[in-house]
Structure formats: structure tokens, C-alpha cells
Design a binder for this molecule. Structure first.
Ligand SMILES: O=c1[nH]cnc2c1ncn2[C@@H]1O[C@H](CO)[C@@H](O)[C@H]1O
Length: 323
């Protein structure tokens, strides 16, 4: 980074989550960005626990100056039957370590209110990195018609573009968590970058990498090694690999080192019903269709298609191993 250049302001919308913890720590150790807030959402855990974990992680990192705004407990359609992936991250979301409750409290403002406020305060300057279901972001879009114009960029972890999902063959977990919200975000007209599991499945932290992390003196690396066990076990069981996918930390890097990825552009719509509920479908612009369809006249987004996986892994490792 050039000295004197302004750090990019980011807000991380998160459902911590083991890979969320890694992503938050990577962001806090990255000179390119200034984390100006965390907003919380259900997904890997329920929202109440996500808030508790977000506060806890900031205490671990010594960054209690960063505000946490609690997000919604329901889907955009007011659904309360949520799909929670505690089988991936442990009952507590952080590898079943039963950490003591945090001392801090969330701010008064809700996550969508905080997002709207900050985007208005710094028009064009805020990058929202969304690591869970997109309900808070969709609520911000609904709360303020100017939000999609005011927000600088939305970089989201979501979708399975032309590959199988991880909830079922059709659907990736964050989109499946709230498909209606995802469709609102994809079509809201903001500058959106989607990083799907077609890309994040290429970035794997092996068991050897974890040993390297464990042997470093970094405080955050040491903490992560304590919580990573459950995540490794899940991957061994579900994918038969001795490593873990770095979904969230990879997505964080896309927010400020976009040249580590290549992208395609087009309209993305989300299937909201039937057996393919949660499917993300990108129109690749290769054909002019005869009839008007659900993709016609909608704004385009960027979708990551390739990643420099060794460079991304090295950056994540290096930053986590700093003390
Ligand atoms: O198999 C799974 N089911 C549900 N959630 C998962 C699974 N694997 C990973 N994640 C979580 O969902 C996001 C990526 O889709 C990541 O945040 C990851 O922690």
C-alpha cells in the first residue's frame, strides 16, 4: 500500500463461524483496510450467538473499539425456521470451546440501520463484505432507496456458479439461508462482487498448513488452532479431505486485493422455490433472447471465476501468523 493512501473502510456482515473468525482476523491484520464495524446475522449460528461471538473475537484481537451491530433474527420474508450450520462449526460456532461471555455489548442501532447510516455518511467509500445469508443487506436496500447508490461495493460470499452447492446439489449455504434476500441484493444495482464456492473450494488450508500456524507465535494463529478442530473433522467427514475450505478469508481478500481473482459480469437471479431453491443463475450475455425474461433489464454484477489460490493461501497464512 502506498503511504498516505486511505485505507478502504469495510463493514463485515458475519455469522461467526470458524472461517468467519479467520476472515475477521485477516481483515484486522491487513494494512489495506480499516474495519469500521461488524454486523451480525444467522447462518453458522443463530444471530444472538453470532453477536456474542463477534464481540468475543474483537476482544481476542484487542479491538473492542470496533462497533458490533446486531442483525435480524428472521429471513426477509419473516421466516423463523432457519437453517443453522452448527454441524460445521460446533454448537457454539467456535469449535466447541465454550469461551466465557464477552464483556462488550452491541450498539443500539440494528445492522441494517448501521449499514444505511455508514453508507450515507461516507458515500461511495464503504465496502460491505457479506459472509452469511444476505438478509441484513437486503433490509438496508429496503430501508433506504439510496443505499445501493451510497454503498461503495458489496463483496459477498455466496452462490455456486456452474457447480454443485454445499447444502444440496443446487444451493450454497448463504444463498439457501435466505434466497429472497439474495435476489434483492443481486438485483439492487449496487456494485456487487460475488465470490461463490466454485472459487472458494480452490483455497484449501491443509493439515500441514495448520501445523505451520500452530508453530507460529502469532496470538491469533494460536487461538485459531484451538477452534479449527471441528472444522477439519467436518471436511474429512463431508468431503474426505484433510484440509478446510477458506471461504470467508478468501472473500475478505477479494474486497481489497481484487486482482487475485478474475471475474465475469452478468445478471444473477436466485431461484426462490422448488427443488432448486437457492440456485444462483448467471446470464452470460452470450445470447440475445427473443422474449423478455426474469434477467432482462436487471443490473449486472461481477462473479469471481478464477483465483490465484497459492497467493491467497500465503497471504492468509502470513497475516494470521503475525503476532
Ligand atoms: O456443508 C455445509 N453446509 C452448510 N454450511 C457450510 C457448509 N460448508 C461450509 N459452510 C459454511 O457456509 C459458507 C460457505 O457456503 C461458509 O461460511 C461455511 O462456513
Amino acid at each position: 500500500m502506498v503511504v498516505g493512501e486511505q485505507r478502504k473502510k469495510i463493514i463485515i456482515d458475519t455469522d461467526p463461524g470458524i472461517d468467519d473468525a479467520m476472515a475477521i482476523f485477516v481483515a484486522l491484520k491487513s494494512p489495506e483496510v480499516d474495519v469500521i464495524g461488524l454486523t451480525t446475522i444467522y447462518g453458522n449460528v443463530y444471530t444472538t450467538l453470532a453477536t456474542r461471538n463477534a464481540l468475543h473475537l474483537l476482544e481476542v484481537a484487542g479491538r473492542t473499539d470496533i462497533p458490533v451491530a446486531e442483525g435480524t433474527h428472521k429471513t426477509i420474508m419473516n421466516g423463523t425456521k432457519l437453517r443453522i450450520a452448527d454441524f460445521v462449526h460446533g454448537k457454539d460456532g467456535l469449535g466447541n470451546q465454550n469461551f466465557p461471555p464477552p464483556k462488550g455489548k452491541p450498539i443500539e442501532k440494528s445492522a441494517p440501520e448501521f449499514l444505511v447510516e455508514q453508507a450515507k455518511l461516507h458515500p461511495g467509500e464503504i465496502t460491505v463484505v457479506a459472509l452469511g445469508p444476505l438478509t441484513n443487506i437486503a433490509l438496508a436496500v429496503q430501508l433506504d432507496p439510496e443505499f445501493s447508490k451510497n454503498v461503495g461495493q458489496i463483496v459477498l460470499l455466496g452462490g455456486a456458479f456452474a457447480v454443485n452447492g454445499n447444502v444440496n446439489p443446487a444451493s450454497e449455504a448463504n444463498i439457501f439461508g435466505d434466497p429472497e434476500a439474495a435476489d434483492i441484493v443481486f438485483t439492487c444495482g449496487a456494485d456487487v462482487i460475488a465470490v461463490g464456492i466454485n472459487v472458494t473450494h480452490q483455497v484449501i488450508m491443509t493439515a500441514d498448513d495448520r501445523d505451520k500456524l500452530a508453530s507460529s507465535n502469532g496470538k491469533l494463529a494460536q487461538y485459531l488452532c484451538k477452534i479449527l478442530g471441528v472444522y477439519y473433522s467436518y471436511h474429512l467427514d463431508a468431503y474426505e479431505i484433510e484440509g478446510v475450505y477458506l471461504h470467508d478469508p478468501t472473500t475478505i481478500l477479494a474486497a481489497f486485493l481484487p486482482s487475485l481473482f478474475t471475474y465475469t459480469e452478468g445478471v444473477v437471479r436466485v431461484q426462490t422455490n422448488g427443488i432448486t431453491r437457492g440456485l444462483t443463475l448467471l446470464y452470460n450475455n452470450r445470447k440475445r433472447f427473443e422474449e423478455v425474461n426474469e434477467w432482462s433489464d436487471k443490473p449486472s454484477v461481477k462473479v469471481a471465476v478464477t483465483v490465484d489460490a497459492p497467493a491467497v493461501l500465503k497471504l492468509i497464512m502470513d497475516r494470521l501468523m503475525e503476532s
